[in-house]
Write a protein that binds this ligand. Structure first.
Ligand SMILES: Cc1cc2nc3c(=O)[nH]c(=O)nc-3n(C[C@H](O)[C@H](O)[C@H](O)COP(=O)(O)OP(=O)(O)OC[C@H]3O[C@@H](n4cnc5c(N)ncnc54)[C@H](O)[C@@H]3O)c2cc1C
Length: 420
């Protein structure tokens, strides 16, 4: 594989290994496509009318088509460009609409390294997580993961998704990458490209495995009476998990609730919402003010195979996970990193053996992240007494056994590389 150019040069460790190294130190509702097909793309085997669609298919001279200009699509475009692979992004919405994302992301140290490599990290102002406190309401046992014990600057970083998307968008523009907004790609429209990377934000239900958790996530930012000291909380309750992520001097809240009550919870007035949050979270912090709420449906959907003939699926289009373990975009970045490594320098980026190698290389990490998230939800969902005790014992063991704690933290930070 060729070494990446430009701003890769200073990141020697990243150019020579398939994934960011352990122990690295840091510095510091699905959008629905609305646009019409403004520039028709070629039909299966056909040719398009748009000026960007000329040339021969599959001859190694054409660019990779990226369907979806959200965070995964833009990160992939930058990664491929850095490896010398030409790309073109097609996005159903306008650029400002894509930037308008209410989610708050907790990113791992592995993700930080990849975003740094893409040249977007230095412009961001994330809040570091120094401690993660995990507990279960009404059960005994709790566990704390600490950055200093793992010899990393932070266990993760929290930032608004819109800040990250804006930084990626600026980098895409600066790199001169074609970003065609208001273009909704239909089936077969990109067949003339040697490779189509689908980053369209959702797994086609007919192609993916599906699990509906019957839950929504209600997002909100809250003020607190005492400083957060960079502690994140993951609190499991019988109504679903509550996550508190330090963001600036406030907490970003991800409050999970049953589908039936999500609309009601979202529309509570501020003081009723704060009461509910306080009851669900407990007394470790006192909440004093709440911002506007947004809600997202939660489920697990994933494609068993992320590749097909001249096609690859990335980001939420490959796997959409419950946000409980904050794995979704972190996993997407590791997939993107690996794909760029595999395709870099190839004469034909859609060659079947390359796509197969990519899928093989990503299998363990994908399965691990999907299974880890699902297991976490299952083990905290039941109210049966034996399970409650097992949970308590698990949290206690996590707290008492440094190697186990180390493993869980590394799983969250580095993905499959947590395995010895
Ligand atoms: C509540 C919540 C909290 C989360 N927290 C975390 C976290 O803490 N950490 C983490 O790592 N992850 C987290 N995630 C997951 C993370 O938000 C997603 O993994 C990430 O945003 C997905 O980005 P994407 O680019 O794949 O999809 P999207 O952001 O959905 O982008 C897809 C784009 O494709 C476009 N598109 C769709 N169809 C077409 C078409 N036919 N033609 C052209 N364009 C099309 C859409 O308009 C859209 O702009 C969270 C998710 C939720 C719901």
């Amino acid at each position: 594989m060729p070494t990446p150019t430009d701003n890769f040069a200073s990141e020697a460790s990243l150019t020579s290994s398939p994934l960011p190294r352990e122990g690295g130190r840091g510095d510091g509702s699905q959008p629905s496509p609305q646009g019409a097909l403004a520039h028709p793309l070629p039909r299966e085997g056909g040719r398009g009318d748009g000026p960007h669609l000329g040339g021969n298919a599959h001859d190694g001279t054409r660019s990779v088509a990226i369907v979806g200009g959200g965070p995964a699509g833009m990160a992939l475009a930058l990664a491929l460009k850095l490896h010398g692979v030409a790309v073109e992004i097609f996005e159903a919405r306008t650029r400002p609409a894509v930037r308008d994302d209410a989610r708050v992301l907790a990113l791992s140290d592995g993700a930080r390294q990849i975003l740094d490599w893409l040249g977007v990290w230095s412009g961001l102002s994330p809040t570091p997580i120094e401690t993660i406190h995990i507990s279960h309401r009404g059960g005994f046992g709790r566990s704390c993961l600490r950055a200093d014990e793992l010899a990393v600057t932070a266990l993760g970083w929290v930032l608004p998704a819109r800040d990250l998307i804006a930084a990626l968008d600026t980098a895409v523009a600066n790199a001169g990458i074609a970003y065609r907004e208001n273009v909704k790609v239909g089936a077969g429209d990109t067949a003339a490209f040697p490779l189509t990377a689908f980053a369209e934000g959702a797994v086609d239900p007919s192609a993916g495995k599906l699990r509906d958790y019957g839950q929504h996530a209600v997002l909100c930012s809250v003020s607190i009476a005492a400083p957060h000291r960079n502690v994140a909380f993951e609190r499991f309750t019988n109504e679903g998990p509550v996550a508190l992520l330090p963001l600036g001097d406030r907490y970003a809240v991800v409050l999970t609730c049953a589908d039936e009550v999500a609309a009601q919870v979202r529309s509570l007035d501020d003081s009723a919402f704060l009461d509910l949050l306080q009851r669900r979270f407990g007394t470790r912090h006192r909440f004093t003010a709440a911002g506007p709420r947004t809600a997202y449906p939660l489920g697990l959907r994933y494609r068993k195979d992320p590749v097909a003939e001249r096609q690859v699926w990335l980001g939420n289009a490959a796997q959409t996970l419950h946000p409980v373990a904050g794995q979704g975009f972190n996993l997407a970045l590791r997939d993107i990193w690996e794909l760029a490594q595999v395709l870099g320098g190839a004469a034909d980026p859609g060659a079947p053996e390359l796509l197969a190698a990519y899928a093989r290389g990503r299998q363990a990490d994908r399965r691990g992240a999907i299974g880890f998230t699902d297991l976490l939800l299952d083990s905290f969902a039941s109210d049966l007494a034996p399970l409650k005790h097992a949970r308590g014992a698990g949290l206690l063991a996590l707290d008492l056994l440094p190697p186990l704690r180390d493993f869980v933290a590394k799983r969250m930070i580095y993905g499959a590389r947590a395995w010895p």
